[in-house]
Design a binder for this molecule. Sequence first.
Ligand SMILES: C[S@@+](CC[C@H](N)C(=O)[O-])C[C@H]1O[C@@H](n2cnc3c(N)ncnc32)[C@H](O)[C@@H]1O
Length: 199
Amino acid sequence: MAFTFFFRDSQTLDMLATFLVQYSSGRMHIKVWNPGCASGQEPYTFAMMLSEKMGHFAFRNLIFHNTDIDISNLFQEIIEKGIYKYEELQRIPIDLFEKYFKHVTGDLYQIDEKLRKKMIYYKHDLTTLKPIDSNYSLVLCKNVLLHLQYEQRVEVIQMFYNSLSDGGLLAMEQTQKMPEEVSHLFHPIASNAQIYLKL
Ligand SMILES: C[S@@+](CC[C@H](N)C(=O)[O-])C[C@H]1O[C@@H](n2cnc3c(N)ncnc32)[C@H](O)[C@@H]1O
């Protein structure tokens, strides 16, 4: 199973949620692409943050396209059901845990339907360089590009650029610097995180 956990790099996600709320103002469609979503801990963390920060109207217009190469073939079912073991939920702030999770049975908890309804899952390999859709408000791709060769990384970031709306956002993990070949396509907007605006 892929390595991931709820509230991983929560500082960056929280900052990103604030940027996305600003970006979303007055827009009818807010589409987030989360490539390398693994079993859903990252998109659900981010959806909780957005639910807290966004107004009701903007949140209604939000949709997540979660994709992963998924060699286990398990991610779609896990994300759709949104059921996780209690031990996996320990990092979630208690107020959000109580608000967004309900007990199912034994040590299993299910995330609120309001967030589950936002999640669409597609099995997808980034190295095909074929985006599943376009006009994304945000591409949230963390701890995935390190699995690719440098040249592939450049091509994948170019694909992200093409799939973003004008002024859309790209976020990568802290250790992933923007390659020089594509740096003219984006403007960094955070001094302490890899968050970029499409130029
Ligand atoms: C370390 S996990 C990161 C999960 C989550 N983004 C996070 O930061 O916690 C990396 C994920 O990338 C996926 N992955 C690796 N290569 C991929 C590719 N070529 N296309 C799509 N997903 C890929 C893996 O299956 C895995 O689920």
